[in-house]
Each structure stands twice: as C-alpha cells, then as structure tokens.
Write a protein that binds this ligand. Structure first.
Ligand code: 13P
Length: 258
C-alpha cells in the first residue's frame, strides 16, 4: 500500500453466495463489528438480488455496495442482463468486471473493455480483473499476458477517468484454492500493472491508481500482502462471506505503511 498517493480498497466478492435474507443478517453482524474512525475504502460486491438489502443496510456507513457484473448496453433486448444505470439507481458504487469466472463463461477482453467504459460513463467504479492461469505462469508469460489484458481492458478510457478504475490482479490458480500467491509474486505483477498504466497514461496516473490482489486472501495472509508497496488492497472471495474474517482483513489494511 501507499496511502500517500492512492486509496486502499478492501472489496468483497460474494460470487453466487447468500440470499437477500442472509445478506441482511451478514450486514447486521458486520456493522456491529466495524470500528469507527478512519478506514480504507470498503466495498461489498453481492449478487444482483441482494443489492437492495445490502444498500439499505449500509446506507449510513462508509461501505459501498457493488455488483458482480453488468451489461455494456444502455437498455434493450438482453434478457437477464443488468445495465449500469440500473445498478446506479439501485445504489451501487462499484461493479466487478472481467472476473476470471466470467471470462471462463466466454467473456472476452472486448466485452470487458465495453463494460469498463459503460461503468465509467454511469459513474460507477469498475473493479477490472486480470490474471493468468497456472499454465501461463509455468510458461513464463504472466507479465505479457497481464499487460495485454490491461491494455485491451482500458482501451479508450480517457486520461481524466483512469484514476477512477480499480484494477484487481487475481491469478486464476490462487482463486478458491487456498493457494495464495506469495507477497513477492503478487507484488511483482502489481508493479508490472502499474508500469503498463504508466506507459499508457502517465507517472502521475500510475501512482494514483489502486491495484488490488485477489486469490485466497484471508485474515491470516492479508497483512503481509498489503505491506507490499504496489498492493493497494484486496478482492476477497470466501473470506468476505464471514464478517469476522472480513473485518480482520480491513484491520490489516489499516496497518502503518511507508
Ligand atoms: P477467494 O478469495 O475465494 O480465493 O476468491 C478470490 C476471488 O475470486 C475474488 O474475486
């Protein structure tokens, strides 16, 4: 983290977990455990049907609610899809875009790019995900692969909007496996992502953008990961479903830093 230049963001990704009733219960417990005072930015990205309950529960707090996906089109014949202005109207502040689980369902870099542009246009903070497979890591093409995902995902994002984008580095082999990237591995890739943003935009913008790590981040390993200079927060799956664990990760993000 480097709080002097950029925001620290701790974001939960609930994936396909919890009903609206369970959301309400989680929020009650979570609120009771949260400390007051200065905190990093906190986001909880929840299933679409849980958004109203989450927004209602977190209205008076600093926790921003987000969606896990959006459609890039403004409206129309897209059965089952949700447009960015609908998310905004429902009270969302964030939207996860290009998660590897969605890419595995066929989402392309062009789709990711269109969604990032639509989210920015609507005033949402896109959390744009990238990450390599184990095969790609073993073939030693991680950096090139990630650089390509970042370039394609950010295509057409104007200079005055780039700081609004949050990037999440999630190595696919570390997601839900309990196999976390080492702080050094995660730092190396996050540093590389910042270098790509520097090339595409400017040093100032690269210094200001928040880059998160995701992949089996939990209350035990968060402190060490977040101590790295280019890891500005976390995108947390499993551990964000348990209020006690999520709160501990937020506390780890409040450690003194350089
Ligand atoms: P886990 O924390 O469960 O590994 O999931 C990470 C993730 O995919 C967050 O988007």
């Amino acid at each position: 983290m480097n709080r002097k230049y950029r925001k620290t963001v701790i974001a939960g990704n609930w994936k396909m977990n919890k009903t609206p009733s369970e959301t309400k219960e989680f929020m009650t417990n979570f609120k009771a455990m949260m400390h007051t005072g200065r905190w990093c930015d906190i986001a909880l990205c929840v299933p679409a049907v849980c958004i109203p309950a989450a927004v209602r529960a977190m209205r008076e707090t600093r926790v921003g609610i987000g969606a896990e996906n959006c459609n890039a089109n403004a409206s129309g014949a897209y059965t089952g899809e949700i447009a960015t202005n609908m998310l905004v109207d429902a009270g969302c502040k964030y939207v996860i875009i290009g998660h590897s689980e969605r890419r595995a369902m066929g989402e392309t870099d062009a789709d990711v790019n269109a969604k990032v542009l639509a989210a920015l246009e609507a005033g949402l903070t896109p959390i744009m995900c990238c990450g390599e497979s184990l095969e790609q890591r073993e073939a030693d093409i991680t950096n090139e692969w990630i650089a390509m995902q970042i370039k394609l995902g950010l295509k057409g994002v104007p200079e005055d909007k780039i700081r609004k984008v949050v990037i999440a580095y999630e190595p696919i082999w570390a997601i839900g496996t309990g196999r976390t990237a080492t702080p050094e591995q995660a730092q190396e890739v996050c540093e590389g992502i910042r270098a790509v943003v520097r090339k595409l935009y400017s040093s100032k913008n690269a210094r200001a953008i928040s880059i998160l790590y995701g992949g089996s981040m939990n209350e035990k390993n968060a402190y060490e990961l977040l101590a790295k200079p280019d890891i500005d927060g976390g995108l947390i799956g499993g551990a964000s479903l348990v209020p006690e664990k999520f709160v501990q990760i937020i506390e780890a993000a409040n450690q003194p830093t350089v």
